[in-house]
Design a protein around this ligand. Structure first.
Ligand SMILES: [Zn+2]
Ligand SMILES: [Zn+2]
Length: 518
């Protein structure tokens, strides 16, 4: 009898509780005859891989669109030979508004190369990337042109992370604090892992700018990327995207081209394509291609300097993580050239007006058209001339010049010359420097070099006379810049820096101020 009363009491209590909230962990199954509810995204199942959840029948394919820009080199405002980013901004905003998930990435070398970017140390470009909600940027070699402090300041401004798995501090062998190795993006029910790396670009950075750091390259980089890929997958990544500031050496303008592992081997270990990396965005070589490696993984690069961007669309099954690249395309600047300008570019030009306006001044007049070869020979002449003026009493200077590279627009038309134009062609902040060198090294590194980027000047002397006078065991003096002098294979010993500090563009500005005559 007592037992029956107890059972009755218990069932009353249970009934009473049942009228209120569902107890935690309690069953929430809907009655069988009502419409089926959608399950939580993490509970979707699609064992048959038909694109529909086995439990709730919802469509579980998510389209993820990746857009990557590489080597913008500060081409921010409209110039004589290039368009600015105002139309590209409109293009990005349009796709961001219509895509299910769009991811915006940069493969590096964004800042160096124009008056508006150089004179703001890249801040104008970083601000623009913030406005567009870039997801991540991989550092390129030219991000180091102004030293690590400029990168750190940009990192403070950036509302997106800088990625590089392989840039380490010499002092304690840790990753530099302004980079993170990867990023896990959780959007639209899918998780996307992005791993970034600097390529083997040592020789493209002035040695004095990288004294405190080193890049891990080759098989050790491969090991790092594989470990990071595994780690991201453990955290739930459905897809791994690898962005590296290095790339293939040739353009292939058409559709996707098959490429052998050996053709990629200078910068990419094809074993990464065996399940570690699903899509690769590249940069640095300024080439334009869509390649498919032997494992079927796509490699894309957009050419640089605002000639376009690359786009890949990946269909990801949110229930089982299976994915497939469904579209790859090169979006040429012609695609967005005629779109309306977005006001952000003018807004930012206004914000930084004080930094930029000085560079727009006319420095002089150019009386004859000069292509890049003429300009580089001219810089070698000016190095020699400036060096002789400064040091002629103490040193017998044999030549001026060195590894002299130029950037878009690569040439100078007849007419007024602004400092900004010279800054676009010679954006590098490499100081003029007097160096000593052994005769044999002078002959092999500077005189008989087969590297087409080496330009030298002997002033009024004849090259054959200079060569005849060089004793391989003797010591000679040359005037070059710090980019050349800090490159170890050149075997140069720095004697003295030119004061006050001048760069190639400053010597040119002075030259055109004199009317373009030596
Ligand atoms: Zn570049
Ligand atoms: Zn580069």
């Amino acid at each position: 009898m007592k037992k029956q009363i107890l059972l009755l009491l218990l069932s009353i209590i249970f009934l009473f509780k049942g009228c209120g909230d569902v107890p935690p962990g309690g069953e929430t199954q809907p009655p069988a005859d009502t419409e089926q509810n959608t399950c939580a995204p993490e509970n979707h199942k699609d064992e048959g891989n038909d694109g529909y959840c086995d439990v709730c029948n919802e469509y579980v394919i998510v389209l993820v669109d990746f857009y990557t820009l590489n080597d913008l080199h500060g081409k921010f405002a409209d110039g004589e030979t290039h368009i600015g980013v105002d139309e590209m901004t409109t293009y990005f905003k349009n796709v961001q508004a219509t895509d299910q998930v769009s991811i915006l990435l940069s493969a590096g070398d964004m800042w160096q190369g124009s008056a508006e970017s150089n004179n703001t140390r890249g801040h104008i470009v970083t601000d623009w990337m913030n406005a567009l909600d870039f997801d991540a940027m991989v550092l390129g070699n030219h991000e180091y042109d102004w030293g690590e402090d400029a990168i750190k300041t940009n990192a403070e401004i950036a509302e997106f992370p800088f990625l590089a798995i392989n840039i380490y501090e010499r002092e304690d062998n840790t990753l530099v604090d302004y980079c993170q190795p990867s990023l896990l993006i959780d959007e639209g029910g899918v998780q996307i892992g992005i791993i970034g790396a600097m390529g083997d670009c040592y020789s493209s950075i002035s040695g004095d700018k990288t004294e405190d750091i080193y890049f891990i390259t080759g098989s050790r980089l491969t090991d790092l990327v594989k470990a990071e890929s595994n780690r991201l997958k453990t955290q739930g990544a459905d897809l791994i995207v690898y962005v590296i500031h290095d790339g293939y050496g040739k353009s292939s303008y058409g559709g996707s081209t098959s490429v052998s592992s050996s053709a990629l081997s200078s910068y990419y270990d094809s074993s990464l394509s065996d399940g570690y990396v699903d899509l690769v965005f590249e940069g640095h070589t300024h080439q334009r291609y869509i390649l498919r490696d032997t494992s079927g993984v796509y490699h894309l690069q957009s050419g640089g300097e605002n000639k376009g961007l690359v786009h890949a669309e990946v269909a990801v099954n949110a229930a089982n993580g299976k994915h497939e690249v469904v579209t790859t395309e090169f979006v040429s600047a012609d695609t967005y050239r005629n779109l309306p300008s977005d006001p952000i570019v003018d807004e930012l030009l206004g914000k930084y007006e004080n930094d930029i306006s000085d560079a727009l001044r006319v420095v002089g007049y150019n009386p004859t058209f000069k292509n890049s070869t003429v300009l580089r020979n001219l810089v070698a002449d000016l190095y020699y001339e400036a060096g002789v003026k400064m040091w002629q009493d103490s040193y017998n200077i044999v030549l001026g010049g060195g590894f002299i590279s130029v950037r878009n627009p690569y040439e100078l038309p007849v007419g007024d010359v602004t400092y900004a134009t010279l800054q676009s062609i010679f954006p590098f902040d490499n100081d003029l420097v007097l160096c000593s060198i052994k005769g044999r090294d002078l002959l092999s590194r500077f005189i008989n070099t087969t590297n087409s980027n080496y330009f030298v000047s002997y002033g009024r002397a004849d090259e054959s006379d200079v060569i005849a006078s060089i004793d391989p065991n003797g010591t000679y003096y040359i005037v070059t810049d710090t980019y050349c002098s800090t490159y170890a294979p050149n075997k140069l010993t720095e004697v003295e820096r030119y004061t006050p500090g001048v760069y190639a563009r400053d010597l040119l500005a002075d030259y055109f101020q004199r009317g373009g005559i030596n």
